[in-house]
Write a protein that binds this ligand. Sequence first.
Ligand code: FAD
Length: 341
Amino acid sequence: MIAPNRQGEVWVFAEQEDGSLHDVVLELCGKARQLADVLKVPVGAVLPGHQIRPLASKLIAHGADRVYVVEDSRLAHFQTIPYARVLCTLIEKYRPQIVLYGATPLGRDLAPRVASAIQAGMTADCTDLQISDVTDPKTKEVHRNLLLQIRPAFGGNIIATIVNYDRWPQMATVREGVMPLLPPNPSRNGEIIDEKVEIDESLLALRLIERHIEPRKVNLKSARVIVAGGGGVGSKEDFRLIHELAGAIGGAVGASRAAVDSGFIGKEHQIGQTGTTVRPALYIAAGISGAVQHRAGMEESAKIIAINIDPNAPIFSIAHYGIVGDLKKVIPMMIKALRER
Ligand code: FAD
């Protein structure tokens, strides 16, 4: 176990692929900056890979004070065991107090492996992080400045706050898209620290023969406008209304799980707790009730327009504009108005 270090840095694992940082890393840098400012400690970013040094300045611009670069051709492509060795070695050397990972497929693979190797705690899939004093309900001892790791639990019906009293560092994976991406400041100063980590050949159990990357067909994350349809659309045929409205307004098509489960549209369009988390400038929710699991993926949208036949639908409680009516009448009117502009 790693001894607590109250002066330790707040770290972000800088996931990259082929020399590009994952978007969630930059979101986490902003959040790490906020947490570190409360704790009055620096932000560190751990950047393993091959030919990745140029990424350090981007991490600094987004809030890192120190970037630990581990340059090794054997780290060119992600493998769990050597990457976990890099993280464990640096955590043992520098003893950060918090380590954050994106809840990406890669982060979900790496973080538990690191947590188990160093016997730290780890909370998966957080949607918020805060710093607060916490009283241990059993011992009544007050623990200063702990990381509150906040995430939906029990199918999204409650929001759980999880704290680690005695397992260090405090570690969490964080969902993509839930932390705002703060604007970079290219004039920020930071330190780049080159680290060497011993990677024994025995750790390289996998040999990469070929890589095949499927391009993402749907990019909901970067869409500024999303038109999403739900169970209330009624059929796959009527879901064409959602596509038409999205086409007319220049937006991407999203869906609730009910629409996906009913076969109106593919799973890659699902928004919510078990789908994609989005925060577009405009989100139009048509025939979507506003269940908590759906809201978890879209309620940070800048403007929400809800169309629902039921005036008591929960979606209206978070909508900026609400239209009570049958989407099959309302949407054609919207399309007509947009086309006539
Ligand atoms: P419904 O509940 O069927 O609601 C349809 C709505 O359409 C109603 O409000 C109705 O009034 C309205 N309506 C009906 N006809 C019309 C009409 N003609 N015009 C206008 N309005 C109309 N859900 C997600 O969306 N995303 C997730 O990621 C997700 N993850 C989940 C994870 C777990 C562990 C669990 C337990 C559930 C999850 N769900 C998720 C499911 C969620 O609980 C809801 O069941 C789902 O969001 C309901 O979708 P809906 O509102 O589109 O459909």
